[in-house]
Design a protein around this ligand. Structure first.
Ligand code: HEM
Length: 173
């Protein structure tokens, strides 16, 4: 063993026991929900992002069906705008970006030889925010109240003078 590696502190048995206790996953559903290890969270990001990808893929199919013939009547212009906006936002913000995040969260600690990602519980919290935020976009869409202002929502598209029903939410006139 070289002198350098001999001087690296690898943790005493007591320290390792404390670490194992601190980061152990409680059994059952509570344990599953409160998991904070980077592999679980990374996997969750990948699976959830793939779910959003499939959902946005169905929206792409709807758009293609609508545009497959002139004067298509599969949906009206308002619903089409919702489908278009939700497809774009979902693909970019709920699929493409989180997919990269999931890969990073899973792989980077393994690549650098770290035991865990920094701030594991913050990492787990961010996953639940991602899931909740994504559902806040998709559920209103399913209730016919989805965003319909273009996927980047450039002004003046999101103004109430153009889309009156968003006024109560945005407070903008
Ligand atoms: C990872 C990102 C994305 C993927 C994988 C994706 C995938 C797709 C696919 C497979 C189609 C069907 C294409 C066809 O029928 O020929 C489609 C259609 C469409 N997508 Fe996306 N999309 C992405 C991002 C976006 C974004 C950011 C927007 C911006 C709003 C967007 C707007 C559209 C529109 C308007 C259509 C209908 C076009 C047509 O079928 O003629 N997409 N998308």
């Amino acid at each position: 063993m070289s002198e350098a590696s001999a001087s690296i502190y690898t943790g005493g048995a007591e320290d390792l026991a404390i670490l194992a206790r601190t980061w152990a996953r409680p059994p059952g559903w509570i344990g599953w929900l409160s998991a904070a290890d980077h592999k679980s969270i990374g996997r969750r990001y990948l699976v959830t992002a793939f779910g959003f990808f499939c959902f946005a893929g169905i929206l792409a199919l709807l758009m293609r069906l609508q545009l497959a013939q002139p004067e298509g009547h599969l949906m009206g212009p308002d619903r089409y705008n919702q489908v278009f906006t939700t497809h774009g936002m979902t693909m970019m913000f709920l699929f493409a970006v989180p997919m990269m995040q999931g890969l990073g969260i899973y792989l980077v600690p393994l690549m650098v030889g770290a035991r865990e990602i920094a701030f594991p519980r913050l990492n787990a919290y961010s996953y639940w925010l991602f899931l909740g935020g994504g559902l806040m976009i998709e559920v209103p869409f399913l209730l016919d109240a989805g965003p319909d202002v273009g996927w980047f929502a450039y002004v003046p598209c999101p103004r109430s003078s153009i889309i009156p029903r968003i006024a109560p939410m945005s407070g903008r006139r």
